[in-house]
Design a protein. Structure first.
Length: 228
């Protein structure tokens, strides 16, 4: 059930039903652009005195495109000043298109994420927080196995924040670095611990590592991985 057209337009059900119900009159004045919609929502929420909801809605509006490049890592110099967080994530079966539906948990937080088909370095992305208890059930009963288990480290180099994933379980041995960009044309200087770029190589995608984990790669594929 949708509690207002704002939810219908964004394709999700509001987490805050009562607040959304109060904002239902926005339907009659919905803007023509995302920016217009955000102004309407911010002004409406401001009149209701709920800044937290305004920020939540702002995040939902703008977290729609992921521009990301992916690299292999050749040494451990990046670890010197880094503390990691453990992630567990799984993927739902999706047939026919290169769309991924993922659930992820990290500590006391959990999220469900829908990603569109890649186009260059970019793809649409929608992410929403869900109860950890729900995420655990989805991971145990609905997601493909094996699950992705990894420790993520955040490393800032110049003005960029790199995410380095050290994989565990059936993908033990893989270390992949990712960096999100403002545009596909953005120029970056690679840190000295980068080995080579693997953006677009499906075998290094998390959704592929579920179906074909690193531990099951052929000796030839592993040799190429280590020697390239």
């Amino acid at each position: 059930m949708r509690c207002c057209n704002m939810c219908t337009v964004q394709g999700v059900q509001c987490n805050e039903f009562k607040i959304c119900k109060k904002l239902s009159f926005v339907n009659r004045a919905y803007g023509d652009t995302i920016e217009d919609n955000l102004v309407i929502v911010k002004e409406t929420v401001k009149s209701r005195g709920n800044k937290q909801y305004a920020w939540q809605r702002k995040q939902e509006v703008f977290m729609a495109t992921e521009i990301e490049r992916k690299f292999l890592v050749k040494n451990s110099e990046w670890q010197k000043e880094s503390a990691g967080k453990k992630y567990k994530q799984g993927y739902f079966p999706v047939a026919g298109r290169a769309i991924t539906l993922r659930v992820r948990s990290c500590g006391e937080k959990a999220f469900i994420t829908i990603k569109g088909e890649p186009r260059g370095f970019s793809r649409t992305e929608f992410e929403y927080e869900i109860p950890v208890k729900d995420a655990d059930i989805m991971l145990d009963t609905l997601c493909l196995k094996p699950l992705i288990e990894k420790t993520r480290y955040l490393v800032k180099v110049d003005d960029l924040l790199w995410e380095l994933d050290v994989f565990h379980g059936e993908n033990e041995g893989l270390i992949i670095a990712e960096v999100e960009l403002e545009s596909e044309a953005q120029q970056i200087v690679l840190p000295n611990w980068i080995k080579r770029e693997v953006t677009g190589e499906l075998k290094y995608c998390n959704s592929t590592l579920v179906r074909y984990p690193f531990s099951k790669w052929s000796e030839l594929d592993k040799k190429k991985h280590w020697n390239e």
